[in-house]
Design a protein around this ligand. Structure first.
Ligand SMILES: C[S@@+](CC[C@H](N)C(=O)[O-])C[C@H]1O[C@@H](n2cnc3c(N)ncnc32)[C@H](O)[C@@H]1O
Length: 266
C-alpha cells in the first residue's frame, strides 16, 4: 500500500498506515513477547527495553505488587512492554497511533488472560486522560515519528501523578547527520542538519521510496528539545543511560540512544 504525502500532509495519518504495514512485515518492534516471558514476569522475573539493547534498571520501577500502580505505555504498542508490565502486576494502559500495533498487545492480553486498556491516539494529545492519572509512563523510542516532541513532554507531565516517573527512549540526533545510502557502505558523510526531518531533508525520490515501502517518516530532535523539553515541562531528570544498536555502523564510535528517567515533583 503506497501513500502519497507532501510535507504539508498529515504525518500522524501517514505514520499510522506505515506502522500498520510494519506489523504485516514483522518489523522487530511489532513482535509480541512469548508465553515464556509472560510466565517469568508473573514470577517477578522480567525485563523491558526503552532502547534497542540495554534493559531498563530495576531501580527505575516501583513495586507493582505492593500497591495499585497505573502505567501508561506511551506510543509503546507492539505486544512487548505492556503485557510484561501487566503480568508483573501493573495496571496498564497503552496509547498508540497504530491499530495494528495495538492489536499485538490485545493478542498477548487474550492469549495470557491479562487486562490491558488500549487507546488509539496521537502521543502529542493525551486528552483521553485526566490530569494526574498515572504513576509511571513508559515511552520507548517513538518520538522520532513526530515532528515536534515538546507537546509530548507537556502532555506526559500533565497526566503524571505527583512523584510519578517518565521513562523514555530517545534516538540520539547524531544518527540523522549522515547520508543514509553511503552509511550502508560504511562511509560517514555528514549531509543533514539537526533538527532533522525526512520530509524536508530527503530528496523527492528518497521520500517516494519511503512511501513505496510504507516506511514511517522520522524526525531527529535536538537534545534541547529531548532533555530540556522534559525539564521545561516541569520534570526533573533523575536517571540517564546510553545504548547502541550494534547493527548500525556508527555504534562502533558513539552510543546512538539515550534513556532518561524524569520525575514529577510531589
Ligand atoms: C518503534 S515502535 C515502539 C514500540 C515498541 N514496543 C518498542 O519497544 O520500542 C514505535 C511506535 O510508535 C507509534 N507511533 C508513531 N507515531 C505515533 C504518534 N504520533 N502517536 C502515538 N504513537 C505513535 C507506532 O505506531 C509504533 O507502535
Amino acid at each position: 500500500m503506497s501513500q502519497n504525502l507532501d510535507p504539508a500532509d498529515d504525518i500522524v495519518a501517514y505514520n499510522r498506515a506505515a506502522w500498520n504495514s510494519q506489523v504485516r512485515k514483522r518489523n522487530r518492534w511489532t513482535i509480541p513477547v512469548s508465553p515464556e516471558e509472560i510466565e517469568r514476569a508473573r514470577k517477578d522475573d522480567w525485563r523491558i527495553v526503552l532502547t534497542p539493547e540495554k534493559s531498563v534498571p530495576n531501580t527505575w520501577f516501583p513495586d507493582f505488587r505492593a500497591s495499585s500502580i497505573e502505567v501508561l505505555c506511551l506510543a509503546g504498542s507492539g505486544g512487548q512492554q505492556a503485557p510484561i508490565l501487566a503480568a508483573a502486576g501493573a495496571h496498564v494502559t497503552v496509547l498508540d497511533n497504530s491499530p495494528a500495533q495495538l492489536a499485538q498487545d490485545q493478542l498477548v492480553a487474550d492469549r495470557e488472560g491479562l487486562a490491558i486498556k488500549l487507546v488509539l491516539g496521537d502521543m502529542a494529545d493525551l486528552s483521553a486522560f485526566a490530569n494526574a492519572s498515572f504513576d509511571l509512563i513508559v515511552h520507548p523510542c517513538s518520538n522520532c515519528f513526530v515532528p515536534n516532541v515538546l507537546p509530548v513532554w507537556k502532555e506526559a507531565a500533565r497526566v503524571m501523578k505527583p512523584g510519578a516517573n517518565l521513562l523514555s527512549g530517545i534516538v540520539s540526533p547524531i544518527v540523522y547527520l549522515f547520508d543514509d545510502q553511503l552509511l550502508e557502505k560504511g562511509e560517514f558523510k555528514v549531509c543533514h542538519r539537526i533538527p532533522y526531518s525526512d520530509l524536508t531533508s530527503l530528496s523527492s525520490e528518497q521520500r517516494q521510496a519511503f512511501r513505496d515501502d510504507d516506511e514511517p517518516f522520522c524526525f531527529g530532535h535536538t537534545l534541547t528539545d529531548q532533555v530540556g523539553g522534559q525539564i521545561d515541562a516541569g520534570l526533573a531528570i533523575t536517571g540517564l543511560f546510553e545504548d547502541c544498536w550494534s547493527d548500525w555502523p556508527i555504534s562502533e564510535y558513539i552510543p546512538t540512544f539515550i534513556a532518561t528517567k524524569a520525575t514529577k515533583g510531589k
